[in-house]
Design a protein around this ligand. Structure first.
Ligand code: S3P
Length: 172
């Protein structure tokens, strides 16, 4: 048992905040794949996208997952596109259960309304981009998830509790 918990899902569903709450309440370490990549690269995700392109960023995500293969007792919060590669899904599944956080598009749009560090949602028509990307990705997220938690109307603490209850139940 590696005892990790992996949070996956679209931008703005609360992965980073829920990961912090989970890690704190379960006394686990925390890894945020976007933040790890930014630290290694000394650049923001937006800079990497504009200077190197999305494909290179996706390669960085895969490289990072290879390096994390020995991680134990960590909550791993992932970038919203990490599950687009089958190889990444395999590596994540070997680390622990995949907890999918979902929210409705209105909530996502509101949460990200003032945010400018998501290169794939930059520019006009953020709401439309969110809906189009969700439509393309939804089936992938759902097909790889071990647990789905809808955070649209949940506080961070409520989401943390749901995940904790599930993880405890699964171990029995
Ligand atoms: C992306 C999500 C972002 C980040 C990058 C691409 C995506 O992470 O990895 O901007 O393709 O959905 P968050 O989900 O943490 O915002």
């Amino acid at each position: 048992m590696r005892n990790n918990i992996i949070l996956i899902g679209f931008m703005g569903v609360g992965k980073t905040e829920v990961a912090k709450g989970l890690a704190e309440s379960l006394n686990m370490g925390i890894i945020d794949t976007d933040m790890e990549i930014e630290r290694e690269q000394g650049r923001t995700v937006s800079q990497i996208f504009s200077e190197d392109g999305e494909k290179r960023f996706r390669d960085m995500e895969s490289d990072l997952l290879r390096k994390l293969s020995n991680a134990k007792k960590h909550v791993i919060s992932t970038g919203g596109g990490i599950v687009l590669r089958d190889g990444n899904v395999k590596m994540l599944k070997a680390l622990g259960p995949l907890v999918l956080l979902v929210s409705n598009p209105e909530v996502i749009e509101k949460r990200l309304s003032k945010n400018s560090d998501r290169p794939l949602l930059a520019g006009e028509n953020k709401g439309q981009k969110i809906r189009e990307m969700l439509a393309k990705r939804e089936h992938i997220y759902n097909s790889v998830a071990d647990l789905v938690v809808d955070t649209s109307d949940l506080s961070i603490d409520e989401a943390v509790k749901k995940i904790k209850d599930h993880v405890k139940g699964a171990k029995k």
